[in-house]
Design a protein around this ligand. Structure first.
Ligand code: ARG
Length: 458
């Protein structure tokens, strides 16, 4: 009979059981469930609600159950309703009345909120670690390419000269923000809900602070209805994870572009690229495409969670059981993407000569040419017009700003002198962009050091 079956006259239909069960999803929270139950039992004993003997039985058997699940000797019953029921039933099988006392002053509603929070805090932490590793790889790559000039783009049109390091470090900024978002989410998640009961707390003389301390939470929840019905922490985690996927997806898109024959800025290592079943010449960036594609499922999970929650009256509703599949999928997907992206990035070859040649073609020093005139006293709009005409002249005459004769420059404006060639040389254009945040090599080296110290603060 079901633990809750006492008031029913019929057995539950198998179709109800199959539909209702969440064990295939929530069994992965078995450690959190057991740790939560252990702390709860310790508190019940400390408050004189259960005996020392009952506590010993509960703690010992829960610990055995945990080890046996971990080493595969206890198989989780697929027909159980959920992980909470399975563990309580297993405990009761092993220690009878002590097991039956465990659920005193507790409901599955506060229990599942507790377990899900504990699991979320843990996984947010491991994604933070993966992001830190990824940032390290980006910084190492950047370190090697502070002098590798490449075209910076707007509208995917060559715009102004930057370096490959500067481009990579832009992503580092995004991932640092992501870590700080995960960190925030972890803090807000760290609210201990046990003691909320089913919805209206409990009449037992429990000690919620005790459980909070045991389990390492920062706070206890302040309202029992909210304690069992809040899933903001799930939505917040899914949303921080979605933003990570936006960043990973944009990065993937660039690697796809850069590895195309048309750009040819990077070459993926053979171990991290794939071939075609029909076209012998192909080398495809599948990891990047999958990351770009998988971003959709993470965003979908977030959308699903928002829709699932938006119409629910207080307090617990079974709809909320759907939260875990979406949340776990977000964690698993982001984790898999970061684990695949890291070695792919680390092993890819940067074709700096090709970047440099592309940089030499697109008039990306035109702004610098205009700035040269501005520094000679010409108003920017006027300088802009002069250089615009020069670019038009170059296109007509198959030249670039570096290969114009000084007479051609002088014809456009008498303010041009021989030092214009230095002003439009790409390395000079990059070196001169040395304000904080700019692509100048020394400035990017500073950005790298700053990013590494930022990471260490989380
Ligand atoms: N498996 C359920 C969930 O994930 C546990 C809570 C069930 N509570 C209840 N009153 N049926 O949400």
């Amino acid at each position: 009979m079901k633990l809750w079956g006492a008031r029913f006259e019929k057995e539950a239909d198998k179709r109800l059981n199959d539909f209702n069960s969440s064990i295939n999803i929530d069994s992965r929270m078995y450690e959190e469930d057991i740790d939560g139950s252990t702390a709860h039992a310790q508190m019940l004993c400390a408050q004189g609600i259960i005996s020392e003997k009952d506590l010993d039985d509960i703690v010992k058997n829960l610990s055995d159950i945990k080890n046996e699940i971990a080493n595969g000797t206890l198989i989780i019953d697929e027909n159980a309703e959920d992980i909470h029921m399975f563990i309580e039933e297993e405990l009761t099988k092993r220690c009878g009345d002590a097991g039956k006392r465990l659920h005193t002053a507790r409901s599955r509603n506060d229990q599942v909120a507790l377990d899900t929070r504990m699991y979320t805090i843990k996984r947010l932490g491991s994604i933070k670690d993966l992001l830190k590793d990824f940032i390290k790889i980006l910084c190492n790559k950047a370190q090697k390419h502070v002098y590798s000039i490449m075209p910076g783009y707007t509208h995917l049109q060559p715009a102004q000269p930057i370096t490959f390091a500067h481009h990579l470090m832009a992503y580092v900024q995004m991932f640092i923000r992501d870590i700080s978002r995960l960190d925030d989410a972890q803090k807000r998640c760290s609210v201990m809900p046990l003691g909320s009961g089913a919805l209206a707390a409990t009449t037992h003389n429990i000690d919620r602070e005790f459980v909070k301390e045991r389990l390492g939470f920062l706070q206890i929840s302040q309202n029992s209805l909210d304690g069992v019905s809040d899933r903001d922490f799930v939505i917040e985690a899914a949303s921080a994870l979605s933003i990570i996927m936006v960043h990973l997806s944009r990065f993937s898109e660039e690697i796809i572009l850069w590895s195309s024959r048309e750009f040819n800025f990077i070459e993926l290592d053979d171990a991290f690229a794939t071939g075609s079943s029909i076209m012998p010449q192909k080398k495809n960036p599948d990891i990047c495409e999958l990351i770009r594609g998988k971003s959709g499922r993470v965003f979908g999970n977030l959308q699903g969670l928002l829709c699932m929650m938006k119409g629910l009256p207080l307090a617990y509703n079974k709809d909320m059981q759907e939260d875990k599949e979406a949340l776990f999928d977000c964690f698993d997907t982001v984790c898999a993407c970061l684990k695949a992206a890291a070695p792919m990035l680390e092993s890819m070859k940067v074709l700096e000569d090709n970047m440099n040649s592309a940089a030499a073609e697109g008039f990306i020093n035109a702004t610098d040419c205009a700035d040269y005139l501005v520094k000679k006293g010409i108003p920017f709009r006027e300088a802009y017009r002069i250089v615009g005409q020069l670019v038009k002249y170059c296109i007509k005459n198959s030249k670039v700003l570096e290969t114009l004769d000084i007479d051609e420059y002088k014809a456009a404006s008498p303010y041009f002198d021989a030092d214009i060639y230095k002003a439009v040389s790409l390395i000079e254009c990059v070196n001169n962009r040395n304000v904080t945040g700019g692509p100048a090599p020394d400035e990017v080296k500073r950005q790298i050091d700053f990013a590494i110290s930022c990471c260490q603060s989380f």
